[in-house]
Ligand binder design. Structure first.
Ligand code: IDP
Length: 153
């Protein structure tokens, strides 16, 4: 499986509820490598860029209010098949429909206030990474753990 990078946001509810450490811990425990990480406040312009496919939907005003309501943690993780691995760890969009053991299934009860964003395809990942990070903010480094976590496909 080829190495992929994917864009993750820990949404304002994760920050407010002090769940960032637990969620980052899950990603690290899985073996994913953090290659960029920062905290920021999403502006209305950034929200519209990120959620371009949803801007015309009826729930967008609420989504905009939520995602701009407080700081988020934005990060890029890297690993084999990272895009789908993270999507599977997140659970379904609606926390109430997410299986126990997933992030949304373990920590949430809402469809909108659902803790985490993860890119839904390698193409989206490339677009979203470029929205949130400048190339020089993305670090390339060796991790000896990789041979124990990712070896042998
Ligand atoms: P995803 O985050 O699971 O990929 P998307 O369909 O891309 O889900 O929706 C983006 C975000 O918009 C969701 O994570 C959620 O916060 C919000 N959202 C999606 N559908 C609804 C809805 O029907 N009502 C309110 N908020 C929604």
């Amino acid at each position: 499986m080829s190495l992929q990078q994917t864009l993750i946001l820990l949404k304002p509810d994760a920050v407010q509820r002090r769940l960032c450490g637990k969620i980052l811990g899950r990603l690290e425990d899985r073996g994913l490598k953090i290659v960029a990480l920062k905290m920021l406040k999403v502006t209305k312009e950034l929200a519209a860029q990120h959620y371009a496919e949803h801007v015309k939907k009826p729930f967008y005003p609420q989504l905009e209010e939520f995602i701009t309501s407080g700081p988020v943690v934005s990060l890029i993780v890297e690993g084999p098949g990272a895009v789908q691995v993270v999507r599977d760890m997140m659970g379904k969009t609606n926390c109430r429909e997410s299986a126990p053991g997933t992030i949304r299934g373990d920590y949430g009860l809402s469809r909108q206030v659902n803790l985490i964003h993860g890119s839904d395809s390698p193409e989206s990942a490339q677009k979203e990474i470029a929205i949130y990070f400048r190339p020089e903010e993305i670090l390339s480094y060796d991790s000896t753990l990789a041979e124990w976590v990712c070896a042998g496909d």
